[in-house]
Design a binder for this molecule. Structure first.
Ligand SMILES: Cc1cc2nc3c(=O)[nH]c(=O)nc-3n(C[C@H](O)[C@H](O)[C@H](O)COP(=O)(O)OP(=O)(O)OC[C@H]3O[C@@H](n4cnc5c(N)ncnc54)[C@H](O)[C@@H]3O)c2cc1C
Length: 478
């Protein structure tokens, strides 16, 4: 059956956390017509199709063993751009970086960005990404007026933002159709800089107080030392930021936003992850986190100017940092909890990870709001993102710990985020969304993808795959 698929297209792909990899037939169509041909080729060959952007999702959302992978890297044209209105129409493989590079010089910035600028527009919409301004701006999909979607049935459909199908496709992890075009409204900025205020926090109470006291800021985010215990648990560094309100043309030059290739003019950035790897263990991370906390105390309360890119995409400045987690890789566990329970749940999560021998080496707290998307991860509350190295005790230990964390989130009426997920169970996912959401998803699935062509390992794990085109075999074996 698979004879018509080019064997030379077989490649091993991994999630960003490098805990899951899968071999697939990776094809990069250059047009919607070519994408349609790939969909039809896959169906003739009896294969599922998985969609992939830049592969920046941490887990298994853009992976499926033995499937045909539609990689959107060659569907990456900006089709229309108006510097007068800030409206941009682009293909799905265009990255956030491409958009900033094109629009910033003319005084426009993306209204919502993820912590990496490598994310594609297709990936941003399929996961409905959020930024450090989620509590004000909502997710990415709130700033898109229409999308064009190629369905596995061969039909192409335009969905406007008030269409119920738009609310289903955006956020549904690439399982209802291939987004082939999006119209995005950018945001006017006078400067490429933000006025950032750091606040050193001694504990969890300080952290949540910092968010409460700064609801009028545009961006809020806090780093938490996941290794600290007892009275210092929850210590860290909160940052709020607002756009500079006086014009500053030089900082609008995208080139000026880039950090030099060498740190202090000497150490190449590309080698930093190797140094980080030496510290990627409990004692090393305890030391690094303590130093970061001490350093944060010094400048606390003193505002400074920082480039938009550096504030927004800090991790991009350390190329390949994810490799520092070593051979077994890492997951990111992010849960979203309503305001009244968030502090108790997050304190308990960080404590449990420590006592289970799987402490989080990087914890990030953000504030959110609710939204109307079908697979929404938004709640009126907070999220805590926890980077967790896969422990020596193995994957099943990590899964057991995460499932215990999930129980608390669910009890509090919280939610999970598919872009970060690696361990969620189908029942927990369905429970978090509330009654009717999964049934509605399957109604759209029957209409848009009745043969169940689009899938992923995540879809299989979460029970979002109605029909199995092929029987699952061992990951990686072709
Ligand atoms: C360092 C880092 C920081 C991050 N920070 C944040 C953050 O602050 N906020 C946040 O929300 N996320 C964050 N993320 C997660 C990331 O933004 C999302 O996972 C995003 O979806 C990745 O986009 P991608 O282009 O890499 O897509 P992929 O990871 O390749 O795919 C993501 C999903 O989109 C689907 N998909 C891809 N293209 C299409 C298409 N054209 N049509 C339909 N479906 C498609 C795939 O099937 C998959 O389900 C971060 C990730 C990293 C690595």
């Amino acid at each position: 059956m698979s004879a018509c698929l080019p064997p030379g297209a077989v490649r091993r792909l991994c999630g960003f956390g490098r805990t899951t990899c899968a071999d697939g037939y990776v094809l990069c169509p250059e047009s919607v017509e070519a994408a349609l041909e790939v969909l039809s080729l896959a169906q003739r060959a009896g294969r599922n199709v998985v969609l992939r952007g830049a592969g920046r999702s941490y887990g298994d959302a853009s992976l499926l063993p033995e499937a045909v992978v539609i990689d959107t890297c060659d569907l990456a044209r900006i089709l229309a751009w108006s510097p007068d209105t800030g409206r941009m129409v682009c293909e799905p493989g265009v990255t956030l970086e491409d958009i900033c590079c094109r629009a910033m010089g003319e005084g426009w910035w993306l209204p919502v960005v993820s912590g990496t600028m490598k994310t594609t527009v297709g990936g941003a919409l399929a996961m409905n990404i959020h930024g450090k301004n989620a509590f004000r701006a909502g997710p990415f999909g709130c700033h898109v007026s229409s999308i064009e979607v190629l369905l596995p049935t061969g039909r192409s459909t335009e969905l406007r933002s008030n269409d119920p199908a738009f609310r289903a496709v955006v956020g549904s992890a690439g399982l209802l159709g291939l987004i082939t075009k999006a119209e995005i409204q950018l945001k006017r900025v006078l400067s490429g800089r933000l006025r950032v205020t750091p606040i050193s926090c001694r504990n969890w109470n300080d952290q949540f107080r910092a968010f409460e006291e700064r609801t009028d800021e545009e961006y809020c985010v806090s780093w938490i030392d996941g290794m600290a215990r007892g009275p210092t648990a929850g210590r860290g560094l909160f940052h709020s930021a607002r756009h500079e309100d006086v014009p500053h043309a030089p900082s609008l030059d995208w080139a000026s936003q880039q950090l030099p290739a060498r740190i202090a003019g000497v150490v190449p950035k590309s080698t930093v992850w190797r140094v980080l790897r030496l510290f990627n263990n409990d004692p090393g991370m305890r030391l690094l986190n303590s130093l970061k906390h001490l350093g944060g105390k010094r400048g606390s309360g003193r505002p400074y100017l920082q480039s938009l890119a550096e504030f927004s995409f800090l991790l991009d400045y350390v190329p390949n940092w994810e490799l520092a987690y070593g051979r077994r890789g890492f997951i990111q566990y992010q849960s979203f909890v309503p305001s009244d329970s968030a502090q108790a749940v997050f304190e308990s999560q960080v404590g449990r990870l420590q006592s289970e021998g799987t402490p989080s080496y990087l914890c990030v707290l953000k504030r959110h709001g609710p939204d109307e998307f079908l697979f929404s991860h938004g709640v009126e509350g907070f999220s805590l993102a926890l980077d967790i190295k896969v422990p020596a005790q193995g994957w099943s230990h990590l899964e057991r710990v995460c499932h215990a964390l999930n129980d608390e989130v669910l009890q509090a009426g919280g939610r999970f985020y598919l872009a970060k997920d690696s361990t969620l169970r189908a029942t927990d996912f369905a429970r978090s969304l509330g009654e009717g959401a999964i049934e509605e998803f399957f109604r759209w699935k029957r209409e848009f993808d009745p043969e169940g062509v689009l899938s992923s390992s995540l879809a299989r794990r979460l029970g979002l795959e109605p029909i199995r085109v092929q029987s699952p075999r061992t990951q990686g074996a072709m």
